[in-house]
Design a protein around this ligand. Structure first.
Ligand code: CA
Length: 237
């Protein structure tokens, strides 16, 4: 699950790219201005940014410079200008890659994945998700409870990561189907239920006696620190 911050002022392009990237399994938050983009980098904690250069308030190049002053966030720029000198200038200013409009969401997703692969190998292991005694490492793709590896299969891992990155929030089965199974138009709820029950078994709990995984009837499921965990390890909201 890749969290993408889409910065695009054209509402039609923004809607179409949001749909397309979501269909490719990304979690997309979108904004239309440079000011919102700079705020969202801090609040949404995206994995990557797709940045349109022609914005109404600031030039995309200035946005890039401002972000680079404080963040290594992978940035793919989208430009309508097929201007080689401009593109070179932006790559020098810290853009990780670029796309020339018009482009398909699939192409954008492929560029973002490639950029993330390149940055993952050099990134420090500080992106671990920790909830009480549960430690999930998205780079190594390992999950451990109180230091013991849970031995999760691929989907169980993706499911746990999807829930743990939003600890304390109810995540709907539809969202899980979109993020973990790349079925944004819905699939069998049963798929989610079956994997949840396997995940519960590996976490040493059941639906009747939940610790981390709490079903919210008719809505979805949320991951929370168990009641018996030390209070200081709970996420603050
Ligand atoms: Ca634009």
């Amino acid at each position: 699950m890749t969290r993408i911050l889409l910065v695009e002022d054209d509402a039609a392009i923004r809607a179409s790219l949001t749909r397309g990237l979501t269909a490719h399994g990304a979690v997309v938050s979108s904004v239309a201005t440079a000011v919102e983009a700079i705020k969202a980098v801090g609040s949404e904690l995206p994995d990557a940014m797709l940045l349109d250069l022609g914005l109404p308030d600031l030039d995309g190049a200035d946005v890039l410079t401002m972000i680079r002053a404080s963040s290594d966030l992978p940035v793919v720029i989208a430009t309508a200008r097929d201007d080689e000198r401009e593109i070179v200038r932006l790559l020098d200013a810290g853009a990780d890659d670029y796309l020339v409009k018009p482009f398909a969401a699939a192409q954008a997703m492929a560029r973002i994945r490639a950029v993330l692969r390149r940055t993952a190998s050099s990134a420090p292991a500080d992106r671990r998700v920790v909830v009480a005694g549960l430690v999930i490492d998205p780079v190594a793709r390992t999950a451990a409870l109180h230091g013991s590896d849970l031995g999760l299969n691929r989907k169980e891992f993706d499911l746990l990561l999807a829930l743990a990155t939003r600890a304390g929030q109810v995540v709907t089965k539809r969202e899980l189907l979109a993020e973990v199974w790349q079925q944004p138009w819905g699939g069998a709820d049963r798929t989610v239920d079956v994997h949840l029950s396997w995940l519960r078994r590996k976490l040493g709990e059941t639906a009747a006696t939940p610790r981390f995984l709490h079903s919210v009837r008719g809505v979805g499921v949320k991951l929370v620190p168990p009641d018996d965990s030390p209070a200081d390890s709970r996420p603050t909201s």
